[in-house]
Each structure stands twice: as C-alpha cells, then as structure tokens.
Ligand binder design. Sequence first.
Ligand code: KG4
Ligand code: ZN
Length: 345
Amino acid sequence: MQERCINILGIETSCDETAAAVVADGHTVKSSVVASQTKLHEKYGGVVPEIASRAHIENIYQVITEAMEQAKINKDDIDAIAVANQPGLTIALVVGVTAAKTLSFAWDKPLIAINHLHAHLQSAIMAEEKPKLPAVALIVSGGHTCLYDYHSPLQPKLLGSTIDDAAGEAFDKVATILRLPYPGGPSIEKTAEKGNPKAIKFPRSMLGRDSLDFSFSGIKTAVLYHCRGQDMKGEDKVESMSEQEIADVASSFQAAVIDVLVKKTKRAVERIGAETVLLGGGVAANSHLRTALQKLCDSYKPVKKLFVAPKQYCTDNAVMVASLGYHKFKAELFADLTLEPKATG
Ligand code: KG4
Ligand code: ZN
C-alpha cells in the first residue's frame, strides 16, 4: 500500500509578507499564497513594524483560507502546522504565531516552530535532488546576511553574519539615496543594467583575512558621500546626476556587494571543505549574484554543485516554512502552546 503523504500548513509573518502554504512531503507545493505589503511601506522607504503588524492581522485569516482552498485540502488532511517564530519583527511574528497556535489547538494538530533563516536555506534544497554534504549556505536577505556550515536541515551552524547592515538593507538604503523605487533590491538591479560596474571603486569590507562576518555600512556611507560630498554639506547631487551616472553608481555598488559575498563564501567553502553551496534569501533573487556564485562554483574545483532557491521562493514565503516543517515533523520536533515570537535567532 502506498504511504499517505505528509501535508504541512506553513505560516509566515516575520516582516512584511503575510504568507501561508501547504507542502506535501517537504517538496511538493500544493499551494502558496503571499499577501505583500510593499504598497503600504513604499512611502516610508522601509518596513514600518506597526503598519506591518496591523496588515498581518487584517490578512492572515484570508491568506490561510486561500492556501487551504488552493491546495484543495481540508483540516483533516493536514498533519501539522509550522510557523516562523524567529527571527523578525516581534509584533509581526506574533500574528502568525497566534494564528498557528489557535489552529493547532482548534484542529488538534502538532505545532512546529521554524527559524525563518533556516527556512530560507531550505528553499534552496526543496527539490527532491539531495545536496552532497557538507555544504556552505549563504543567506542574504533584508534583515540578515549569514554563512552557515550546513550538515542537516535541522542544525545549520552559523559561521558568520553581518556586524551592521544586512546586504538587502544596503540595497534598500542605496536605492533611497538614488531616489529609486522601493523595494530597493530589484530597482538597483534594474538600474544597474545600463551602468558600468567598474565606474566607481566602492570599498569592499573584508574585516581581516580570516573573518566570515560581513559589514555593509561602509559601502552605504561611501555611496552617500559620493552623492552628497565628503562632509555631507555639499548639495545632494542626485537631482542633477544623469541617468548614466545613477546607473554607474547602482552598478558599481551592486558589483562591490556581490564581490564581498562571493569572496566570503569561497572562504567558508575552504574552511569547512564543502562540496556544495546553497544560496537563499531575498537578495538571492539578484541575477548577478546568482551568476557570480555559479562562476565561483564552476571554477573552484572542490565545489561540485550550487543549489539556488527558485526566484519565487527567494523573498519571504510560507513554502519554505512548510518544507522545513516536514523535516521537523519527521524528527518529532514539536512546539507547544507556550510558543512565543522572538526578535533574534
Ligand atoms: O528575504 P526577504 O524577503 O526578507 C527578509 O527576510 O528580510 O528579503 C528582502 C530583501 C529586500 O532588502 C530586497 O530589497 C532584497 O531582498 N531583494 C533584492 C532583490 N530582490 C529582493 N536585492 C537585490 N536584488 C534583487 N533582485
Ligand atoms: Zn526573509
């Protein structure tokens, strides 16, 4: 007799996307619903936690209902409810956590706590082909930039992370400086297409020979100085800059950030003797980063393969939460109704 598949309902509200998904056996996506709040935060140039939280409250019921309907599944066929409870904006996370706890209680289903960053990692390896381990995993998102020693989906070991701004945050801030639309990552990538990546030599902060940590606040400041003068007293030049000059800044900035990400990933690969590299998180949607990391993996012999999250699962979604939930379900790693949201993790 064929074994019934394990269906996990995933819920994600860590930042500005309200998302729910049903995934079978950790890899078959039965539904994925994402209510994006981009329009609400656009005019502030970044995510406003109170607004995010309120929008999650307004959307969560509808998003979960749609995910169940799209999957053509009823509660009896759900095996567990997985929810991202850390890290993120606490007042945003609490909405997903409360919804998940309520459903767990009402439907009498196990509850699974998911680390949002580990879920991003999972989106790179969701397909049925399994990566050769050990792997180095690079997660680049709006809130985090991290390198992991990845031995199993359940226990990735942190090797290094940002000591100030995350890479995505730097993209967003530089886009604001250049008056490009929010969210900054995709706008910078688009604007950079017509620019020269070698036009301006922005700093590449490597934090010493051995460090696997990142720092992106220096490059953000360098862009600011470039546009407003060293003492910041100069006129904001952006208004008078030509389209080509703006494209050159965007392209040179993007090249510098990617350069650092690739060099640090190579360092981590050497450190742990990895055969595989995984890439996930919102900034992983950037085509230049994907290509640069692919080039590294093709030219650096010890690495056999790069696993990259599909573009639609790079930014926040609940598929990655449900998929990782499956592995925790198999390992019987359940949470209880005392589960709380946590800002860090
Ligand atoms: O993973 P994510 O959806 O949210 C967090 O967990 O933070 O990542 C959002 C970040 C934003 O900073 C956004 O500007 C960036 O990912 N991003 C990109 C691109 N698409 C999204 N950055 C560079 N290039 C892109 N194409
Ligand atoms: Zn994220």
